[in-house]
Design a protein around this ligand. Sequence first.
Ligand code: AQP
Length: 328
Amino acid sequence: MVRVLSCLQPTGEIQLGNYLGAIRRWVQDQTPQSFHGVVDLHALTIPRDPAVLRAKTLETAQLLLAAGLDPNYTTIFVQSHVPEHPQMAWLLECTASLGELERMTQFKDKSAKTEGSFTSAGLLTYPTLMAADILLYDAELVPVGDDQRQHLELTRDVAQRFNSRYGTTFVIPRAGIAKVGARIMDLQEPTNKMSKSADSPQGTVKVLDEPKDIERKIKRAVTDTDGEVRFDPVTKPGVSNLLSILAATTGVADPASLAHNYQQYGPLKADTAAAVIEFLAPLQKRYHELSDDPGHVTQVLAAGAAKARTVASVVLARAKLNVGLLPG
Ligand code: AQP
């Protein structure tokens, strides 16, 4: 059984891309060797309202349960409940180079947005914390959306460097990227990926959006003026995004194969909206049921952290010993 680790930041309301690119696959492939974290420490790279962060952390965990992760089977935890994560991150921060971290696309994009105001050092070192998340669990497979490909490469490089400096310590993980739905684009700016924290309320479908809002957002999605339905993400990003969403939500392996069903954009939008609404309905129903019992989520997270620590503490001890820290 392959050991799997993949996490989600409580940085906003979970959007359709998070669900299609990551969460849905975690649910489909879950085993007792799967670990899924709500990575609240990552959310601190940008200043946040403490009460909102706490609420979003619980909400995100509740959403993972509603999506179908079974806590009796798989491990669901909050990152800050497992102190091995920041400890391991320091060892890896001292293994990654400044140049490597400065080259990360996400750092360049996010620091450009904060330019002129406050850019935290954490925004730069974030990928080493992510590497710690993965390496602490001896994870072989990390199912993520396409935007995390570069961070995964860095994790592999840092793990290999550590192993060659200090002896075999870490399992070298590989990224698991979906064939369809790995990069869902913003409906209003289809050359940008859909994102929880993007300032694009009309371009982002939240998984808990009301059906009428989902329909409105998809019907107003930006397309183009040539009027032909064709899958071509470079020259027709808006239309191709709709085809990808339709394929991913109806279980079709090849979005291009759907194009010939449509002569106009209107019916494509209508079918995509209906498919998304139907696809999200069971998740929304279960989420609202779970809201009646918030204590359940808290209990799941306490048990998950205890289970996560049994694995993470062993790997951290191994890394500390190999790097030359005196056992306490
Ligand atoms: N648009 C997307 N399409 C497919 N997959 C996506 N993911 C994110 N956006 C898309 C995948 O969702 C998982 C969890 O993401 P995250 O919370 O770790 O942060 P992120 O990748 O930075 O996602 P967001 O929504 O864009 O968050 P913010 O706005 O906070 O930066 C990952 O596997 C990711 O690949």
